[in-house]
Design a protein around this ligand. Structure first.
Ligand code: NAG
Ligand code: NAG
Ligand code: NAG
Ligand code: NAG
Length: 413
């Protein structure tokens, strides 16, 4: 036992240090330690040196309907808060900048940011901002034929792999209905590097660009150097990428979809009367804990985390208090690897606002979720936003969970 523990500690030391250089993309699991945490629980990681533990987190039962037959959108489902959002698509050269550099997220001022939280007819920043005429593209370039396909989608399941950070996991085909295979778009965004790697692994798209159910869409000219930030574009901005879609499901690449997407929409949105569904974190509920954990695992530049966190505190972010019956959410820390959305005005606004925080500050979206939600709510007391924060164990029932590519399970466990 002792030898195994020592070997494992050495393994941890070596790979724990190495992992950041692999340039991990997704937020789900970005280091061996976090992978263990997700699979075994925080306590297990802490106690590892003493005694390896069995996994602690299990799926729980979710009462999905048996089949997609006779599924109809409920009549009373569609009267959510209504308003019209326009999106800033171009920015002129700003006064006061010597060397103007167009950015994908634009140059939103703090005043514009403040105004953008009002749920009303207005034009806001929401990614895809181009510079003045003649400037190069700000990124996330897609082929025309992919754009055409994407603009036809009404219901979307999407995911991404950038920088070869993961394997391709196909949805379990036999668990997906014929209806969904015909009517739902399954889109996997990849960069060229990832496509090469997938091909080398034997996953080559067929003539229609599919690998199994996934339609592979190549993204060129990635908008951020930080791949994790780039990953937030498809994660948050599905309403922009799929402009005619009414529903979307986001799946982190570490998950293999095992439930029909229409049953997911029925359960998490229609049945709960909600327009946005996301799970809470499996152990952490307070942003204060999340900040500590991010620093402990060296997830991001500490100064940048502090800047963001201090700003949020000065703008009303409070600690999570489970005993407060007026707390609007079951947790202030989400596990954002699985998101189900109706593309309603409030839901789209929330997605844009959350994206803008990630664009302005760190790519750690768990840090900005509660702040964005609470501020949106505070600034629109008469305009409800129906967010369903479901249990992490339910998330685990939807998809098989894997660790990311660079993480090799330790031989000792
Ligand atoms: C939906 O419509 C019903 C009936 O018109 C109304 O009572 C209810 O407040 C509406 N809900 C929302 C969120 O607007
Ligand atoms: C907002 O825009 C919608 C659609 O363009 C319009 O019908 C509505 O009257 C506008 N609301 C306000 C308050 O201007
Ligand atoms: C490519 O694969 C998809 C999904 O398996 C299938 O529907 C499509 O017909 C295939 N296209 C070609 C040209 O084989
Ligand atoms: C960390 O973030 C701060 C504030 O955003 C920045 O000034 C500094 O250059 C960053 N340090 C590194 C090593 O990137």
């Amino acid at each position: 036992m002792f030898t195994v523990a020592v070997l494992f500690s050495i393994y941890l030391a070596v790979f724990g240090l190495k992992v950041p250089f692999h340039g991990k993309m997704e937020d789900g699991i970005s280091s061996l330690r976090e992978a263990q945490e997700e699979f075994l629980g925080v306590d297990a990681v802490e106690k590892q040196k003493i005694k390896p533990r069995r996994p602690r987190f299990y799926p729980c039962e979710v009462q999905f309907l048996d089949s997609v037959n006779n599924l109809v959108e409920p009549k009373d489902y569609v009267n959510f808060t209504q308003f019209y959002s326009g999106y800033r698509d171009r920015e002129e050269k700003l006064y006061g900048y010597d060397r103007f550099e167009p950015r994908f997220g634009g140059h939103q001022t703090l005043e514009e940011r403040e105004q953008s939280f009002y749920a009303r007819n207005q034009t806001i920043h929401c990614g895809f901002v181009e510079g003045p005429e003649g400037y190069p593209s700000t990124g996330f370039d897609l082929d025309e034929k992919d754009k055409l396909y994407m603009s036809s989608c009404k219901v979307v399941v999407s995911s991404c792999i950038f920088g070869s950070s993961d394997f391709l996991r196909r949805p379990t085909s036999k668990l997906i209905s014929e209806y969904s295979k015909k009517n739902v778009c399954f889109v996997m965004f990849v960069d060229e590097q990832t496509l090469l790697k997938l091909s080398a692994d034997g996953n080559v798209p067929n003539e229609s660009g599919n690998i199994g159910l996934w339609r592979i869409v190549i993204v060129r000219n990635l908008p951020y150097k930080d791949m994790r930030k780039t990953g937030k574009v498809p994660k948050f901005l599905s309403h922009r990428l799929f402009p005619s879609s009414r529903y979307s499901i986001w799946l982190d690449s570490k998950m293999r979809l095992q439930i029909d997407p229409m049953l997911i929409i029925e359960y998490f949105l229609w049945r709960k009367g909600s327009e946005y569904a996301i799970s809470n974190h499996y152990t952490r509920h307070c942003v204060w804990e999340e900040v500590l954990q991010n620093k402990r695992l060296n997830k991001y530049n500490h100064t940048a985390i502090d800047e963001q966190f201090n700003f949020y505190q000065s703008d009303g972010l409070t600690k999570f208090d489970a005993s407060d019956r007026k707390t609007p959410l079951p947790s202030y820390v989400p596990e954002g690897s699985f998101i189900v959305r109706a593309h309603t005005p409030m839901s789209n606004l929330f997605s844009c606002l959350w994206f803008n925080e990630v664009d302005r500050y760190t790519s750690r979206d768990q840090l900005s979720f509660a702040y964005t939600f609470l501020k949106l709510k505070r600034m629109n007391p008469d305009r409800p936003f129906f967010l369903n924060m479901f249990k992490d164990c339910e998330r685990r029932a939807l998809a098989k969970l894997f660790s990311h590519r660079a993480v090799t399970p330790p031989a000792a466990s």
